[in-house]
Design a protein. Structure first.
Length: 82
């Protein structure tokens, strides 16, 4: 048994290839065509409005959040907490 990489998502459902290819925590990174857009909400954080959109992957069932925060380049894609 090798204990190589520690991937925090490895316990969850394995992601399909397009989902694995999504660049996380980078604002403006593209999703993939099999993501179905779900609800979105807006939140005021100080001076900026942060929009979070939920996406659901048709292929592997992954639930993503895309956070658009103009003040934070490290916003963007993240897997939704279960
Ligand atoms: Zn997927």
């Amino acid at each position: 048994m090798h204990t190589s990489t520690t991937d925090p998502t490895s316990e969850a459902t394995p992601l399909c290839e397009p989902c694995q290819g999504i660049q996380r925590h980078w604002r403006g990174a593209p999703g993939h065509p099999e993501l179905q857009q779900g609800k979105h909400r807006k939140e005021q954080q100080g001076k900026v409005t942060v929009t979070t959109t939920g996406y659901f992957c048709d292929r592997c069932g992954a639930h993503w959040h895309y956070t658009n925060n103009k003040a934070d380049q490290r916003s963007g894609w993240s897997l939704a907490p279960k």
